[in-house]
Design a binder for this molecule. Sequence first.
Ligand code: SF4
Ligand code: SF4
Length: 356
Amino acid sequence: MRLPKNGEEIDIPATISLADEFVHQGFTYFDTAFVYPGSEEAFREAVAKRYPRHAYTLANKMAGWMLRDDFGPEDMFNESLKRCGVDYFDYYLLHSLQPSRMAAYDKYDCWQFCQKKKAEGKIKNFGFSYHGDPVLLEEILTNHPEVDFVQLQINYVDWEDNVIFSGRNYEICEKYGKDIVVMEPVKGGILASMNPDLLQKFQAIRPEATAASYALRFVGSLPKVKMILSGMNTLEQMKENLEIFNHFEPLSDIEQNAIQEVTAGLRSIPTVPCTDCRYCCKGCPKGIRIPDIFKAYNLLLTFGEHNRPHFYYSGLLQEGSGKANECIECGQCEAACPQHIQIVETLKKASALLDQ
Ligand code: SF4
Ligand code: SF4
């Protein structure tokens, strides 16, 4: 998803260097998706055309929200095979299950479709990636015992988060006996940069350790985790990651305590107390996705300047949200907010950082 770029295009020579280092050190798992622009083709050029099929495993994902009556699951699946230059997928996922996306997967019977492909040998392992709450996850796993694995957003700072639910979703997969693939172990790169006081808690135990190494070792220490997608995109990051997993050491009790202290430190930084209830959104005449903008703003408050919140914010605007600075101060949202957040003033502060 985060391959190196040369301008707007994926940098194929740089991607080949990454793929070669990865494969030559004995690693095999590649992850792409129908909706990652250029990613499937980059995989074909960097890996499928250059390595025998047994040298790698490939995960791909069906984007249910892009299915249409004249472009169904079979079309999307075949298009992905063609773009990737393979004739089967080792792992195939329904992409990004969450309440708003369930209907499309049911409408086109993607569950049954994937079982058919599995019987044909075109899918070896079937799963889904998930961005919802524990209640829906439990419902899906009850209704679909055919699922082999689940891809979850897990990192230590989101372990007890009441929007991401890393810990509770992990426990549900454990209860249902599902293997877990982890995405966002470094929270989009955010947990790789740490304020010096908090980093010191890690380095007091291991002086050479980076913040990223603790984030990766945290997820690697969870027993049900079978695969970790680190989102690395430079040779330097890759070398560090390969070193960690070539000589993997689970976190010790002392290091687990340091993780708790760092999490508490990060959570003690004052942020907007938005609970994402979204009562404010419906009546906004400018279509401003207030809680999502607060999420981006909170990331900046907690972790300092980082491209991740800006990337997230620009994604919101592309999806049609009004900008933070488009607020006309009608006050409708503040009347609806059960947390009594001064939304207008907070949007101004968020705008000062995000709308530049
Ligand atoms: S005050 Fe601003 S953010 Fe709130 S509803 Fe009105 S336009 Fe939207
Ligand atoms: S109503 Fe308040 S708490 Fe709920 S999403 Fe909007 S800003 Fe957040």
